[in-house]
Design a protein around this ligand. Structure first.
Ligand code: ADP
Length: 267
């Protein structure tokens, strides 16, 4: 079983990702796809007059501040446009894909964090009304039901809080939790970069391998949102996933290339 997470940044070639997945699925490989949608969400939020607000925590992690209106825009894009766009591509390629969010069947569950500590103008502020959280529990029953019946699950945030409230969760870490829960052989984190770069944005500075026991020490190379990927990779390998690969989803056969060792391999 392979869990493939494809990001939501500009430049990702979803046709290439879906074609590669369809070919592997037809050859009998079991796969699950998790996707993001941040680039498109930002664009649509701007167009709707509710521009995105990003906050940086005192420890340096950047996240989207998700008030109720933002959550609704987020759902429109992630669960609507992005999810159905991917499901349609896979259906055209002959794969019976089913698109679900983490809310559906409570596939992804976690604690709702209503407030966030954010650094603004050098001062730490507490912002309330946030709909965010972290995936703590993956309910694999529905996923196994789908896979067992021959459907390819296409999953996306949001998750469900324990109270049933929709929460925005990081897709990379959700995919990592899923890979651990399903005892996946590999987790692929595909984005619009060749992998983890030692001197971002210099693509020649690709870090080809990271020892599984040492992932967190590579956090220093990751800026802003790349940090979540490195954290997700650490969580996955600590949870027993043997291989995590940061791969390039901009062209070619992104899944096969990553499984073949292109990108940054954590093992
Ligand atoms: P996605 O939405 O595709 O999952 P993110 O935008 O969340 O991806 O994270 C990937 C981005 O992280 C890259 O597009 C790049 O701009 C940024 N980044 C920061 N530091 C690094 C690094 N050291 N190596 C590679 N990318 C990095």
């Amino acid at each position: 079983m392979i869990v493939v997470k494809v990001g939501g940044s500009a430049g990702i070639d979803y046709d290439a990702v879906c074609a590669d997945i369809a070919a592997r699925w037809a050859a009998g490989e079991k796969l699950i796809l998790v996707h993001g949608g941040s680039g498109e969400t930002n664009r649509i939020a701007e167009a709707l007059g509710h521009p995105p607000k990003f906050v940086t925590s005192p420890s340096g992690y950047t996240s989207r501040f998700t008030d109720r209106e933002t959550l609704e825009i987020f759902e429109m894009v992630y669960c609507g446009k992005m999810n159905k766009g991917i499901v349609e591509r896979l259906q055209r390629l002959g794969v019976n894909a089913v698109g679900l969010s983490g809310l559906d069947g409570r596939i992804f569950e976690g604690r709702h964090k209503d407030s966030v500590r954010a650094v603004e103008n050098g001062k730490v502020k507490v912002l309330r009304g946030d709909h965010t959280g972290t995936v703590e529990k993956v309910n694999t029953g529905l996923i196994e039901l789908l896979l067992g019946a021959g459907y390819l699950p296409v999953l996306t945030p949001p998750a469900s809080s324990y109270e049933g409230v929709a929460i925005n969760v990081d897709g990379d870490r959700a995919a990592a939790a899923l890979a651990v829960a399903l005892k996946a052989d590999a987790l692929l984190l595909l984005s619009n970069v060749p992998g983890l770069l030692r001197a971002y944005p210099d693509e020649a500075s690709l870090i080809p391998t990271i020892p599984a026991g040492d992932v967190e020490s590579y956090l220093e190379f990751a800026q802003d949102r790349m940090k979540k990927k490195v954290l997700g990779a650490a969580e996955a390998v600590q949870g027993g996933v043997r291989r995590v690969i940061f791969g390039d989803a901009r062209a070619g056969q992104p899944v096969s290339a990553a499984l073949g060792g292109a990108g940054t391999v954590v093992s």
